[in-house]
Design a protein around this ligand. Structure first.
Ligand SMILES: [Fe+2]
Length: 298
């Protein structure tokens, strides 16, 4: 059956990495995986985990306030009501801006939800779900802004093969094979938060090798835009793994990956930069100021 299988990882912008790590580990209760560095040895991002899903807290961050629309927004599923309640209490006590706890009706895929804004002005959510995710999956859903709902619906259903679930809280949800979701919220104008994004901040889906070829064709036809695969040209993709970064029709920054037989995603920083620098030299170019370790995006 054609369609993206899972939501694999998200990366969003943070301006102060130690503060973000402390917040997501101690307050939200995610677990630490690793911290990655730029070519000059300065910190680039921390990977923390929600279930087996990687959440990338990514420098240098953006100097842009939280959007008014509530999107882009990243949502983590809590395993049960007790964990949800305890986590909500810690977040409320931390002093970040919080909404009220929502109790959803039987038609909603959620039972309870709680939205807040993190210390770097990212919209975030905790939820419990009517159909729980597998224990390895921690990311429940991600909500993006769209300036054209009909166009976005076509893109996510026909281009990426997601199943239309329906609208909840004015957000239209689409489901992956495993029950994780992506949603869109229609806005008159995209927020600065959607436009600025933050360097290397994206949301990544896993797809089969077969579907990858179909999506590659459909993405540009349905108003998306492929940005290619800089990791492949940097020599960082294992044999058989294929991936592209792309924009949806509203310039939300996405990635699809059809995995190969090996996983090189946690190659050491030393090896990664050696390979990257050697490959870029072959192509007659150097590494960007961002890769060297750049300051905050204005
Ligand atoms: Fe990625």
């Amino acid at each position: 059956m054609f369609g993206a299988e899972t939501l694999d990882h998200v990366a969003f912008p943070v301006r102060d990495l130690p503060r973000a790590e402390k917040f997501y580990l101690e307050t939200v209760g995610l677990t630490f995986l690793t911290q990655r560095k730029n070519a000059d040895g300065s910190p680039r991002h921390a990977y923390v985990k929600a279930g087996e899903n990687i959440v990338g807290l990514t420098l240098p961050g953006v100097a842009v306030p939280a959007s008014a629309s509530g999107a882009p927004r990243y949502a983590i599923a809590m395993a049960n009501a007790d964990m949800f309640g305890a986590t909500v209490k810690r977040i409320q006590a931390s002093g970040v801006k919080c909404a009220e706890i929502e109790n959803h009706g039987a038609e909603s895929p959620f039972v309870k939800a709680f939205q807040f804004i993190d210390p770097d002005d990212n919209q975030f959510e905790l939820c419990t779900r009517r159909q729980p995710l597998a224990t390895k999956d921690g990311i429940s859903h991600v909500i993006f802004e769209t300036a054209n709902l009909a166009r976005a619906k076509k893109f996510y259903t026909e281009g990426l093969g997601l199943k239309l679930v329906g609208a909840v809280r004015g957000e239209t949800l689409f489901e992956f094979h495993n029950g994780q979701m992506v949603g869109v919220k229609e806005v008159k104008e995209l927020s600065e938060r959607t436009k600025k994004k933050g360097r290397a901040c994206h949301v990544a889906f896993n797809v089969s090798q077969e579907d990858y070829d179909v999506m590659l064709e459909r993405i540009p036809k349905l108003a998306g835009k492929s940005l290619g695969d800089f990791r492949a040209s940097d020599g960082l993709r294992p044999p058989g793994e294929r991936s592209i970064y792309f924009f949806d029709p509203d310039t939300n920054y996405l990635q699809i990956t059809a995995l190969g037989e090996e996983d090189w995603s946690l190659m050491s920083d030393e090896e990664k930069w050696q390979r990257t620098i050697a490959n870029r030299e072959k192509q007659g170019r150097g590494i960007s100021s961002f890769d060297k370790g750049m300051k905050i995006q204005k």
